[in-house]
Design a protein around this ligand. Structure first.
Ligand SMILES: Nc1ncnc2c1ncn2[C@@H]1O[C@H](COP(=O)(O)OP(=O)(O)OP(=O)(O)O)[C@@H](O)[C@H]1O
Ligand SMILES: [Mg+2]
Length: 329
């Protein structure tokens, strides 16, 4: 029987520091998610060894005794944080599930990822970056409304109703807030008013694009100015709808863009691509998540239901893609 190591960061392990924003631990997993993934891996016929975060891995790395590691560790700090576990595993020549360090760092940094999208002809909202609050003085070609995001965060960190701005004063305030609170540059994008979708992809050679999931906020699919915020995720105001309520042509376009994006950044085994579609029906890729949430409340489970497979089978699909890639199946 093969042994699968599990690397992860727990919300409960995070110690809030004095200046931390309230969403500082948002990317980390609940202990219950780790239990569910571990038991899914066992159901697929493997032994599970829980390793923990990058520091625990570093301590144990010489005596791991696992065939492969299922990594969902988000890392603690900086734009390379998601790469910390993968790079340690790569150094020790231990196979692991999911994208490698290069892809994880590249995609966590939304500006780097957007540069790749542009080079590959993948539509993404127009953007600019402000590194210091004074930086705004040198820019004057804004077309409002805009959205202000931290350059390298996930899980909607730093996003609130104030993130969508319609004038220079509010833009300035929000840029200052992001730079000072999240200690990183602000990414400013044109705000895409319309609908929102997310697409899960699994496997390799070729990857399988799963049915499109649509985001419903406050009972509406026409989101217009509404968007995903940290507070909305924690409320019941946001629902995942699958299959998406859209015409075939648009669905085809979104699915093929999801695949193109997955391949452009060399995602492996699994990933999720986020989209907004404007009122004229033009899709834009917001970002790709090579380490999307596998919690049973999240997108992957919604998609599993739609294609008639269990949560355990989703985890099995992802794990088997990695085993096949390493000739371990
Ligand atoms: N350019 C945009 N126009 C309209 N809405 C946007 C735009 N960029 C982001 N949003 C909204 O903000 C949400 C979060 O943005 P994004 O996906 O870029 O960041 P994230 O925090 O990494 O996401 P996740 O929660 O998927 O990890 C999107 O799901 C969308 O609702
Ligand atoms: Mg997103």
């Amino acid at each position: 029987m093969k042994t699968v190591g599990l690397t992860y960061d727990l919300k409960t392990d995070y110690e809030f520091k004095k200046d931390d924003p309230p969403d500082a631990n948002a990317e980390f997993d609940h202990p219950s998610t780790i239990e569910v993934i571990a038991s899914a891996i066992e159901t697929c016929g493997f032994k599970v060894k829980k390793i923990g975060n990058a520091s625990s891995l570093l301590e144990k790395i010489d005596n791991l005794d696992v065939d492969i590691v299922f990594n969902i560790s988000e890392g603690f700090f900086g734009r390379n944080r998601e790469s910390q576990v993968p790079i340690l595993l790569e150094m020790a020549d231990i196979p692991f599930v999911g994208a490698d360090a290069l892809t994880l760092s590249l995609t966590l940094d939304k500006i780097m990822a957007k540069k790749i999208f542009i080079a590959e002809g993948i539509p993404t909202p127009k953007f600019f970056e402000i590194k210091t609050p004074e930086g705004l003085m040198n820019t004057n070609h804004f077309k409002f409304p805009l959205i202000v995001k931290p350059r390298f965060e996930g899980s909607s960190k730093g996003l609130s109703d104030n993130s969508r701005v319609e004038n220079i004063q509010d833009l300035k305030k929000q840029v200052e807030y992001i730079i000072n609170t999240y200690k990183q540059p602000a990414l400013i994008e044109e705000f895409i008013s319309g609908q929102e979708f997310t697409v899960a992809v699994v496997g390799n050679d070729p990857p399988q694009v799963l049915p499109i999931v649509q985001i419903k906020i406050d009972g509406r699919l026409k989101l217009n100015d509404k968007f995903y915020t940290f507070a909305r995720i924690r409320s019941n105001r946001l629902k995942y709808i699958c299959p998406a309520r859209i015409k075939k042509d648009l669905a085809k376009e979104i699915s093929s863009l999801a695949l193109k994006t997955y391949e452009a950044v060399e995602c492996r085994d699994f990933g999720r691509v986020d989209f907004r579609v404007d009122k004229e029906g033009n899709p834009y890729v917001l970002e790709i998540n090579p380490l999307p949430s596998l919690s049973t409340e999240d997108v992957f489970m919604v998609v599993a239901k739609e294609i008639g497979i269990s949560y355990e089978e989703v985890i099995g699909k992802i794990l088997n893609s990695a085993l096949k890639r390493h000739n371990l199946n």
